[in-house]
Every structure is written in structure tokens, then in C-alpha cells.
Design a protein around this ligand. Structure first.
Ligand code: NAP
Ligand code: GLV
Length: 313
């Protein structure tokens, strides 16, 4: 069995060692070192167009992340970019849900407990009590109640916040008030004190966070983006912060990454920036999951995380 691997940073050795241990029967090759050769499986993160176009040899393409926009966007360059009839399989949690829940919960609690306000007071040498927010009056909304969003929502509900979730189809998550589809969007958003975005990037969700959406949140709400930068109209977000519609935002993802040095977000103290680290791909967990799925596929079993190319996630 042959695996062909592509990682944009070119740091192949630990992946090759990991697959050698998890799947000793497989030969693991780098894309650069095996161009033109046939393989059974491709294991990729943001692959180049020529790696997948026209392939008839592959049995599946495994994506080294939860979001598959880096693969599906190849269709913009060439409608025939993806090998026909070959399943694309994304990571399904693989240790990311716990990381996401930590990151989002930290940001929510920091805002809820007014720690940024207290940090400002500390810089001014001020010892001053600030009125606490009331948990029961602090609805938090999670856009995208999938693998990661469900874990985030459950974790926040565990802290006693009223939690709402928004998905494409109707979902039931215990302790979370569910909304779905375009019809459910306004009711989901209205009056939220914190909005968390963990949607996949698709043509339907691109630019979903704009001035009209932000205006529906409670005045002084907080926004957390752990999904993709392209979900957000960045000028609208900046204006909402500067005009006080948003108290601030924690952003892990941006339209252009790394965030350019001249980008106005850098200079806005109410915006917290992290470099796309809210849920890292954990190598050992990911290799174990992919190896398990390769074995399952070889035995004719179905696997979780197969992407619906029409839906785009
Ligand atoms: P997932 O399991 O596929 O869940 C996606 C959720 O979004 C589902 O609930 C889906 O609704 C909902 N959704 C999709 N399109 C929608 C629409 N048009 N309207 C309303 N809801 C919609 O994905 P996941 O594993 O949770 O990952 C989510 C995203 O997180 C990834 O695509 C990736 O972009 C991002 N991510 C970021 C990082 C990071 O480090 N920043 C790390 C990992 C992942 P249904 O339930 O009805 O299908
Ligand atoms: C990271 O952004 C992922 O989609 O896994």
C-alpha cells in the first residue's frame, strides 16, 4: 500500500515516521519525491492543484485538518481539480474539539469576568469595582454545531451560560437551544452577548459575519472567530468595534494569513489576535485516526468525516 503525503511546510520526517509505526504495511512517500507515481491514498494539507487533478489511482484523499476549503478551493482554478468519485475525508475531532473548547471558553470567560476591563484599570493604576455581568443574562451563540461546535457549546453550557446553536439542519444538543437554516438565523442572533463562529467555509457561509449580522447582537457584544477569516467582512467588524456595537473580538483566523503587518486589526487594542492556533492538528491523533480509517475502508466499512462535495463540508 502506498501513501502520498503533502504538507506545505515540507517537514515530512515526523509524519513518515508516524505512519511507519501506525501502518507498517504502507510505504509513505512525499509528493515532491513521488510525482507521477501511483498511490493508494493521498494525505494532504492545502495541496497543490497538480497533486490531485486527473488522478484515477487514489482510493481516498485524507485532509490533515477539519476544514476542507483548502482542497475544495482547487475547483476555482480548475473545475476538474478533484479526482472523480474519490472520497475526501476530513479529520473528525482528532483532539481538536478539546483545544477549541479551551480556547473559546477562555475568551468567553475573559469577557464575562471583565478581565480586559480590569487589565485596562491596572495599566491606569486604578483599584475599582466593576459591576459583574449576570450569567443568566449572558446568552452565548455558537454558529456551526458540528463536531467542534457541539463540544464548545456543551462546555459553555457546563459553565451555566444560556447557549444557542445554529446549524444548517435541525440538531438536538442537550442544554443547547437549537436554531437552523436561514429562517432560524435572526432568532439565533438576536441579543447574543457573545457570538462564536465555528462554521466551515463554503459559498453559503463566506462573508456571513457582516454589519447586518453584528447589528443583531446585543450592544457591546463580543465576537470570537475560530473558523476562517473569509467568514468575516473585516471592515464591518472593525467598524462595529470602533463604534461600540462590539466590545471586542478574539480572532484566530484572517482573510490573509499571516495577518499583514499593516492590517488595522493589529492596532486595535479591543481585538485579540492569535496565529491560527485555536485547534492544532495533533500529529499522533491524526495519524491514528487516518490509519484506522484506511483499515476500515480496506474492509469495506464506512468512515466518519467523508466530505459532501455539493454541500462543501
Ligand atoms: P463539521 O462537523 O462539519 O460542522 C459544521 C457545522 O456547521 C455543522 O453543524 C453544519 O450544519 C454547520 N453549517 C454548515 N453550513 C452551514 C450553513 N450554511 N448554515 C448554518 N450552519 C451551517 O465541522 P467541524 O469539524 O466542527 O469544523 C468546523 C470548522 O472549524 C472547519 O471547517 C474549519 O474551518 C474550522 N477549524 C478551525 C481551526 C483553527 O485552528 N482555527 C481548527 C479546526 C477547524 P449541519 O450540522 O446541519 O450539517
Ligand atoms: C484548521 O484550520 C483545520 O481546519 O483543521
Amino acid at each position: 500500500m502506498k501513501l502520498q503525503l503533502y504538507v506545505p511546510d515540507g517537514r515530512y520526517a515526523p509524519w513518515i515516521e508516524g505512519f511507519a509505526q501506525a501502518l507498517p504495511e504502507a510505504q509513505c512517500l512525499t509528493w515532491e519525491g513521488s510525482r507521477g507515481e501511483q498511490a493508494d491514498y493521498a494525505v494532504v494539507w492545502r495541496p497543490p492543484l497538480e497533486m490531485l487533478r486527473g488522478r484515477t489511482d487514489l482510493k481516498a484523499v485524507f485532509n490533515l485538518g477539519a476544514g476542507v476549503d483548502g482542497i475544495l478551493r482547487l475547483r476555482d482554478q480548475d473545475p476538474a481539480a478533484l479526482p472523480a468519485g474519490v472520497p475526501i475525508v476530513r479529520l473528525d475531532d482528532a483532539g481538536m474539539a478539546a483545544q477549541m473548547a479551551e480556547y473559546v471558553t477562555h475568551a468567553v470567560l475573559r469577557h464575562f469576568r471583565r478581565l480586559d476591563d480590569y487589565a485596562g484599570q491596572q495599566r491606569a493604576g486604578a483599584w475599582k469595582f466593576l459591576k459583574p455581568y449576570r450569567r443568566e443574562e449572558f446568552p452565548v451563540g455558537v454558529m456551526g454545531i458540528g463536531t467542534l461546535g457541539t463540544h464548545i457549546a456543551r462546555t459553555l453550557a457546563g459553565f451555566g451560560f444560556p447557549v444557542r446553536g445554529w446549524s444548517r439542519s435541525a440538531k438536538t444538543v442537550e442544554g443547547v437551544q437549537g436554531f437552523h437554516g436561514e429562517d432560524g438565523r435572526a432568532a439565533f442572533l438576536d441579543g447574543l452577548r457573545v457570538l462564536v463562529n465555528v462554521l466551515p467555509l463554503t459559498p453559503e457561509t463566506e462573508n456571513v459575519v457582516d454589519a447586518a449580522l453584528l447589528a443583531r447582537l446585543a450592544k457591546g457584544a463580543y465576537f470570537i472567530n475560530v473558523a476562517r477569516g473569509q467568514h468575516v467582512v473585516e471592515e464591518d467588524l472593525l467598524a462595529a468595534v470602533q463604534q461600540g456595537q462590539l466590545a471586542g473580538a478574539t480572532l484566530d483566523v484572517f482573510r490573509v494569513e499571516p495577518l499583514p503587518a499593516e492590517h488595522p486589526f493589529w492596532g486595535e487594542p479591543r481585538i485579540t489576535i492569535t496565529p491560527h492556533i485555536s485547534a492544532l492538528t495533533l500529529r499522533e491523533d491524526s495519524i491514528a485516526q487516518i490509519a484506522g480509517k484506511i483499515r476500515a475502508l480496506a474492509e469495506g466499512r464506512t468512515v466518519a468525516g467523508v466530505v459532501d462535495l455539493q454541500r462543501g463540508y
